[in-house]
Write a protein that binds this ligand. Sequence first.
Ligand code: FAD
Length: 596
Amino acid sequence: MPTYKAPLDDIRFLLTDVLDVGQLSALPGYEEATPDVLLAVLEEGAALCEQVLAPINAVGDAEGCRLEGGKVRTPQGFKEAYDQFVQGGWPAMTGPTEFGGQGLPHLTRFVFDEMLCSANLSFSMYPELGHGAAMALERWGDEEIKHRFLPKIVDGTWAGTMCLTEPHAGTDLGIIRTKAVPAGDGAYHVTGTKIFISAGEHDLTENIVHLVLAKLPDAPPGTKGISLLIVPKFLPTEEGGIGTPNGVSCGAIEHKMGIKGNATCVMNFDGATGWLVGEPHKGMRAMFTMMNGARLGVGMQGLGLAEVAYQNALAYTKDRVQGRALTGPKNPEGEADPIIVHPDVRRMLLTQKAYIEGERALAYWVGQLIDVEERHPDEAVKQEAADLVALMTPVIKAFLTDTGFESANLGLQCLGGHGYIREFGLEQFVRDARIAQIYEGTNGVQAMDLIGRKVPEGGGRLLRRFLAKVQETAKAARDDARLSDLAAALLDALRKLQESTMAVMNKAPQNPDEAGAAASDYLRLFGLVATGWMWLRMAQTALAKLAAGDGDPRFLDAKVKTTRFYFAKLLPQAGALAAAIASGAAPVMELEAEAF
Ligand SMILES: Cc1cc2nc3c(=O)[nH]c(=O)nc-3n(C[C@H](O)[C@H](O)[C@H](O)COP(=O)(O)OP(=O)(O)OC[C@H]3O[C@@H](n4cnc5c(N)ncnc54)[C@H](O)[C@@H]3O)c2cc1C
């Protein structure tokens, strides 16, 4: 059985020392959100994840969900855990206070999300979808919708979903066929079939609120003709309770590779009553509030699974004895040495550790920026934060899930054959991690979003803000003899990113395939540089704390050594990626489709 222990030491180091989240309590409405308060909440959340959610993760995988008479039964223990989750107030953690939320900073949810995903990804998706729906409704719903639905969704009494995908329309939502016809009383009749709907039907809550993309009768073609509707499973009564069943049913659940404890449903809407959220035909804009939040959330799924796989792999490599260290026995009393002595095993462990801890810092930084974007009184600071969040969203989604899958897979490899069999749980983490690269817009689509939309936006304004931040850190570190080589390496990788950007931007106007062909390599290069930046910041902090005799020297020394590993063994990928980008679109495009 795998185990999970929330990485609270690392979380504490990041929040209090590296990211200085004390600044958050200076923002209006967050006066009480001091680091101590946030950490106390997170410690409680960690206990829930470790003691309640992690123990039912393997059960969820083995049992899966069942469709019985149109109703989905979640695996054993999920309902009880969900009730405990709601009673503890966890769904409401960052929800708006006027609708019953606790109004804690969004950063808190980022950290909690990581722990939830480590403990039980399938479970985490039930409350997370409700949270995403609440964010979209708060931003785009009219007052009646907000008052009718938000209090129940915010406190977790009702769950939510996002219904975009149709059998013929996945990435290309412009061709959806679900229709919404005015009912004459301000409501709409929604008809169509949505597939792959996570948590589309389940037994955890008394009601499920679907956010559905559909086309109105006068819709223009393509994505400019999509509207967003709220369609509950049961129509709410005037008093806020649940009334008659709506025309929504689950036709089937998918049998799939991973996240088996989360029901992936075919949802049929048969003239179901729904209400418009936001303006007609502007549904994509409204849905993007939920999708952007979900993209960042999916990034945390990659990170969470990488962390739990790493923890279990690490424990195994200290315990399992095979062979002798190349430099002579390290465990002479035993019949062999623990496998952590072998350089190749250490390579696997350190690759996981370096991605995980660097990306954790990166993700939490973005979480903090969301709070600044929402609450800072200075418009210029707000705009800078908004720019950086927009730029980083595809990077967090795709880089953390690509490397998350790689890390989970390395974790499995550390166990050899024991990783491949079910008993140790590693194979579940690998299977669960795979979906995060696909849903919420595939990672290929994220890469196109980065290079095709976010980088050129505002004449490169978003990118310049990011480059300036990395340069500032690297230039400061150049003067520190202990870090000057790392600062130079980061500046070199940054220059490769800038040159790659220019190369693509110069060629793409003549040939748009240039952007498409470079996109995935470019996103990876971007992620590597951004994570390198975070490692340099962590090394600076760790060295300063070591010098001041403040903190656990072993923990801080590990930070410095892992920084060195990252710069020596992982950041050099930047050179290969830059070369691949520079080679342009021709090698990808010149082979005719018929000749494959
Ligand atoms: C377990 C699971 C849960 C899901 N949950 C939900 C949910 O809750 N709600 C929901 O609405 N959907 C959900 N989905 C659907 C998911 O978001 C889609 O599967 C995903 O967006 C990709 O769409 P597709 O499967 O139709 O693939 P396609 O769009 O057919 O893409 C196939 C391949 O082609 C590539 N591709 C397609 N178009 C382009 C392009 N223009 N440029 C470059 N490459 C391209 C893609 O990157 C991909 O590699 C879920 C899917 C799964 C498997």
